[in-house]
Design a protein around this ligand. Structure first.
Ligand code: DX5
Ligand code: ZN
Length: 232
């Protein structure tokens, strides 16, 4: 199944830039302001040099909003934790290809995530060639292009990663699969106009750091109308 690009981007605010002392209120605030998904960055201090949150926080956030909880696992040994996140109420679970030991383990984990009733996603560090994801695209509902090195919010957008988005769009068309393409890192209304081949934008500082959260989300969504797809 191939899908036509949507007229607006879906926007997934990253709670990494929220106030962790008021996390529930911040999630409710962006949900009320038009967010489509809630992006949850899970970091273990090993796969990336930062530590954030785990499945108990996802469980606590589950009743706060009906929006899909989009969990980005920046952790080693993700196979040890997917069941916890599924039970906690994650809707999407995205794993890093660099955290996997072999293609067969990657394939098995993506199948297991789906079997747990969660939509599987796959992603890569900026340094990893996009072709490494191609063998797994038919197994995922979401493919994430990182436009910063994973680990921290508020970093500068890496424009040299944009070609990966059109490469993924072309490959998804070629295999006739309708997975969503997501972009994460340094996304703002200014950089969003360069992301015409994407479907879902993650934004931390551009949403939570904005004076008007509703306007920030709206500006990200409508950037789709000026963003030109380059994939053919
Ligand atoms: C980085 C995380 C991002 C981060 C994005 O490792 O995956 O989701 O929160 O933050 P901004 O939008 O501020 O670059
Ligand atoms: Zn993320």
């Amino acid at each position: 199944m191939t899908e036509l690009p949507m007229s607006e981007f879906l926007v997934a605010p990253s709670i990494l830039s929220a106030d962790f002392a008021r996390l529930g209120e911040d999630v409710a605030r962006v949900a009320h302001a038009g967010a489509d998904w809630i992006h949850v960055d899970v970091m273990d201090g090993h796969f990336v040099p930062n530590i954030t949150i785990g499945a108990p926080v996802v469980k606590s956030l589950r009743p706060v909003s009906k929006l899909p909880l989009d969990v980005h696992l920046m952790i080693e040994n993700p196979e040890r934790y997917v069941e916890d996140f599924a039970k906690a109420g994650a809707d999407f679970l995205t794993i890093h290809i660099e955290a996997m030991k072999s293609p067969s383990e990657t394939e098995a984990l993506l199948r297991r995530i789906r079997h747990l009733g969660v939509k599987p996603g796959i992603t890569l560090r900026p340094v990893t060639p996009v072709e490494q994801l191609f063998p797994f695209l038919s197994l995922v509902d979401l493919v994430l292009v990182m436009t910063v090195n994973p680990g921290f919010g508020g970093q500068k957008f890496m424009a040299d990663q944009i070609s990966k988005i059109s490469a993924l769009r072309n490959e998804l068309r070629r295999i006739g699969h309708g997975a969503l393409i997501q972009v994460d890192g340094g996304v703002s209304p200014e950089t969003a106009v360069l992301l015409g081949d994407a479907d879902v934008l993650v934004a931390g500082s551009a949403v939570f750091g904005a004076p008007d959260v509703r306007e920030a989300i709206r500006n990200l969504k409508t950037a789709r109308s000026v963003a030109k797809p380059v994939a053919q």
